[in-house]
Design a protein around this ligand. Sequence first.
Ligand code: PMP
Length: 364
Amino acid sequence: MSSTNFGITPESLLRQEVLDLKAYPVPDSTGMVKLDAMENPYPLPQSLREEIARLVADVAINRYPDADAQRLKACIRAVIGLPQSLDVLLGNGSDEIIQLLALAVAKPNATLLSVEPSFVMYKMIAAFTGMQYVSVPLTEDFALDLPAMLTAMQQHQPALVFLSYPNNPTGNLFDAEVIAQIIEAAPGLVVVDEAYYAFANASFMPMLTRYPNLLVMRTFSKLGMAGLRLGFMVGSKVWLAQLEKLRLPYNVGVLTQQVAEKLLQHHDVLLRQAEQIKQDRAWLYERLVGVADVRPYVSDANFILFRVMHADKIFQGLKKRGVLIKNLSKSHPLLVDCLRVTVGTPQENEQFIRALQESIHQFV
Ligand code: PMP
């Protein structure tokens, strides 16, 4: 190694956007009741686990997976009832698809537009890919501000607009009519991110044939497969054929492909769990309404955002009692004193409510 190598530092070599980034935070949850990451809390039935064990035993892990994941894609098409005119693109989680989209459009000065507060990866991935990032604040009640959106689109001509539907971290579904107007006015692609689709009764999937610049993204993470890392996006063949070129070869591993296929054959099991989570959400919401000084927001997702005085201390109080949720209190001016709890099993939800009440009582 020559002595000049020592002069090469991250500061001298890396892009400023990278130096400025903070890595996506994943706190240690060992031994905690984990209600911070919107996972499905229910394990699979024993018989299905055994079927998966047998399947995995026979998987040829010495071979690369099917690069096009044809069987898995066929399963997904069948489950969502996709018309022939539309295509599916698979990602190693939907995060990877967001990145792939940004890479595809990242010409110098290209803009990614989203709303805030929303999913933080839209902004992070804009930085990863050197895109300009523009955000439009939601209204006080977390609705889309249509005039502000139209003005921002006019001004910044975004190549990509991301809308989380339902929105993370607020949990609400935006007005579908307003989204339609945004799609119609957008100068580029609009991605409706339906990560929480399983817990809502609404989707833009049926609109894909009407709007050629619309793409709909979903993930299996919230439906009970977070560990597999599998997301997908649906759109017209014209767009997806181009985007496919950027998908890294073999991005969906052989274990993910095979296990996801098996689980999709038992889609009813996952849907029943989602139904249960919706019932648990209603219970949790009612209980939160009943806790003094707590204001929960109505949710169409598998989590509930709530506002509470001394949120930082309450978050710590919960942690001390073994319950990990998400502290959003300092993440955005609209989220001051806000915490977000993922819906867990009834037992976990009770434990959370108890820990919350105890933490609040410290202050009264
Ligand atoms: N979109 C939204 C709105 C999300 O909240 C998340 C996960 N928190 C994702 C996409 C990414 O999910 P995954 O990469 O696990 O598919």
